[in-house]
Design a protein around this ligand. Structure first.
Ligand SMILES: [Zn+2]
Ligand SMILES: [Zn+2]
Length: 139
């Protein structure tokens, strides 16, 4: 992905640290600020957590990044993609992307239309325990 173009099209300057943040998140899928900090400071050791956080918030406000709230843990961030659902493990904080099905789309559409609510964006987060954590708990 061309992060420089992505940033410019969203009205932001394509700085190296921003491109680096986007690159890290893109590789991992979903990352919390601490993980992003750890990754990005490998390349830019002088960057502070506050600076990285400020850039993340800015890119979130400009629609490049999306916040994924994790119950009881720090939020994770992902690149804005087509609408999808999340399976979020409340034990390890793992986030799994799941594409929306036609049936789920129809349900949201029907439900919101009934309330005369104009649906623009949606993020469906399903919280539970992932397979790995279930196996661990059983052993
Ligand atoms: Zn888990
Ligand atoms: Zn996602």
């Amino acid at each position: 992905m061309d992060y420089a173009t992505l940033l410019k099209e969203s009205g932001l300057k394509a700085t190296f640290q921003r491109m680096n943040i986007l690159d890290s998140i893109d590789k991992q899928g979903h990352m919390c600020v601490d993980d992003i900090y750890e990754e990005v400071t490998k390349v830019h050791p002088s960057l502070s957590l506050a600076t990285i956080y400020k850039n993340i918030i800015l890119m979130q406000e400009n629609g490049i990044l999306v916040e994924v709230p994790i119950a009881g843990k720090k939020s994770k961030y992902e690149l804005a993609k087509t609408d999808h659902m999340h399976l979020i493990c409340t034990e390890c904080g793992d986030v799994e992307d799941m594409s929306c099905l036609e049936t789920t789309d129809k349900i949201f559409h029907d439900l919101t239309q009934k309330e005369h609510f104009k649906l623009n964006k949606r993020q469906v987060n399903l919280y539970g325990v992932c397979e790995a954590c279930q196996t661990q708990a059983a052993s």
